[in-house]
Ligand binder design. Structure first.
Ligand SMILES: NC(=O)c1ccc[n+]([C@@H]2O[C@H](COP(=O)([O-])OP(=O)(O)OC[C@H]3O[C@@H](n4cnc5c(N)ncnc54)[C@H](O)[C@@H]3O)[C@@H](O)[C@H]2O)c1
Length: 368
């Protein structure tokens, strides 16, 4: 990959602004065009960034676009990614890589066949939070890693998102929406998963939009909204997962990892930073570890910059194989719940390489 990748964004919705502010400050990526089904939305975003608005077709055909940043809703992820790859573009997408495992595999295979890169959020796990926790495990501070718990509880995104429909359709739900952060963090720290058991429920058939122009509108729920499960990692470690759009609140840590020498509190994997706390066997209290690994000041888009600066032939950290495995874990959990049996993973992945404590991949743009 070249030193600066030209980026075309497809999907200028709620999450786009976070990527735009990162792209503005990083040298590894340069924005050239924005497209959206809603052309007015694309035009407004493009005008604010001083780049051109395009239709999706124009953007995919543009010779100056090296990589398509796919910020559409999950149901559209596969279609846009496959079209972009067919047009010879690399792709980096919001999570999940696709709304189902079969489509996600298709994307990675198409990317490989075309000789282009496939990357996927979350890149939060490249920040100092998860990376410092990973380093603590790799350095042996926990002894043998035995188990983890991962808990995400919210009464639902329809309270704040103006168009929350996709959270309750295939590709959404607490597991496919928030699970990528938690499962990616668990795989980053403890390695790939070999099998899962699970149990899930759907408590309400509709949700009511709580904000924006559609406030009061009722949307259907097609997915399980409380999902629990146990992941068996290849190392033998067991991770217990609770992902809920039904429960009100929790005082549980987002993630804890337990070894035979220490237990560790890992910060929110939906954020880049946060305190890593360690309780060593025999000590009286928790200690806070200084950040010792990960990208400083990271934000959404660092995974894209990491991909842009990864030499050809080497895997980017937020890569398609990891995203496929994470989706396999989540889909298998839902299958395990539906069938009442243990499900063996179809896929595996390498643990992405650790991030040394460092600044932005490719450096920060000097503003004049
Ligand atoms: N909103 C958040 O806080 C948040 C946080 C992290 C990740 N994400 C992820 O980001 C993605 C987008 O979420 P969002 O909240 O920005 O959604 P959104 O609904 O606000 O925006 C999605 C945009 O994509 C456009 N779009 C949909 N289908 C398209 C297609 N086929 N072609 C072109 N444009 C299309 C829509 O018109 C819309 O502007 C999702 O995968 C979500 O999981 C969102």
């Amino acid at each position: 990959m070249g030193s600066t990748l030209n980026v075309g964004i497809v999907g200028a919705g709620a999450i786009a602004s976070q990527y735009l502010s990162t792209i503005r400050r990083l040298q590894a990526v340069r924005l050239v065009a924005i497209a959206d089904l809603d052309q007015e939305r694309a035009r407004a975003a493009a005008e604010a960034e001083g780049v051109r608005a395009a239709t999706v077709e124009e953007l995919l055909a543009a010779s100056d676009v090296d990589i398509v940043l796919n910020l559409t809703i999950p149901a559209a992820h596969a279609k846009i990614a496959l079209q972009a790859i067919a047009a010879g573009k690399s792709v980096y997408g919001e999570k999940p890589l696709a709304a189902n495992l079969a489509d996600a595999k298709r994307i990675v295979e198409a990317g490989r066949a075309a000789g282009v890169r496939v990357g996927c959020a979350p890149d939060t796990v490249l920040g100092t939070g998860t990376q410092t926790a990973r380093k603590a495990i790799d350095d042996g501070l926990l002894g043998i890693p035995l188990a983890a718990t991962a808990v995400m509880v919210t009464p639902g995104h329809e309270r704040w998102h103006p168009n929350p429909d996709f959270y309750y359709q295939a590709g959404g739900g607490p597991l496919l929406d928030m699970g990528p952060y938690y499962v990616s963090s668990l795989v980053t720290m403890l390695g790939p998963v070999v099998s899962v058991v699970g149990s899930a429920s759907q408590t309400r058939q509709t949700r009511t939009i709580g904000s924006g122009p559609r406030a009061g509108e009722v949307v259907p729920v097609d997915v399980d909204t409380h999902v629990t499960g146990v992941l068996r990692h290849a190392t033998g470690a067991l991770s217990t997962l609770v992902m809920s759009f039904d429960a009100v609140a929790t005082r549980a840590s987002n993630i804890e990892v337990h070894g035979d020498k220490a237990s560790m509190v890992v910060p929110d994997p939906n954020r880049f930073h946060g305190e890593v706390r360690l309780h060593t066997l025999g000590s009286q209290d928790w200690e806070t570890l200084e950040p010792s690994a990960g990208f400083r000041d990271a934000a959404r888009g660092y995974g894209l910059a990491d991909l842009a600066t990864t030499p050809d032939g080497a895997p980017a950290r937020a890569n398609g194989d990891l995203a496929v495995h994470v989706l396999d874990v989540m889909e298998s959990l839902l299958t395990a719940s539906a069938t009442g049996s243990s499900v063996t993973m179809q896929t595996t992945c390498e643990r992405p390489t650790a991030v040394p404590l460092s600044d932005a991949p490719g450096g920060v743009r000097v503003l004049v």
